[in-house]
Design a protein around this ligand. Sequence first.
Ligand SMILES: [Zn+2]
Length: 152
Amino acid sequence: MCPQSDNEQPTCPICVKNEKADTLPPRDRAVVVDGWRVAHDARSTMRGWMVIAPMRHVESLGELSAAESASLGTVLRNLTQAMVSALGASRSYVLSFTEAVPHLHLHVVPRMPDLQHDRLGPGIIEYQAGPPLDEDTRDDIAGKIRSAWPTD
Ligand SMILES: [Zn+2]
């Protein structure tokens, strides 16, 4: 249970969405697999900036179970492969801060082959500034990620 619960209702925004994962729009549940939910980031100005979070409330990578740790590796691989095949990415960047929302989440960003020089590496965070993508665009991209998700 989410430790931020009040009257057994989670207040953590990720736990709130995890509880109703089956009814979320595509942008918030591109894929739900093996204890992880993959969503399009709501704040990014970059197409395909995804966030993965465990279905269980943990606040650190160190709190994951052995099974969750193992499935995280597979989810990271599969998401990167989906970004390559569906979005044309050359690979992915992975970041995790878990500061604004205290539920572990990892940002997985498509490293596009034509990325501007000033956006390489840490410069990628500039895509968190500015008006975010609209919901229809995020739904569309999440659908493409889902369609390209490896099945092995
Ligand atoms: Zn939570």
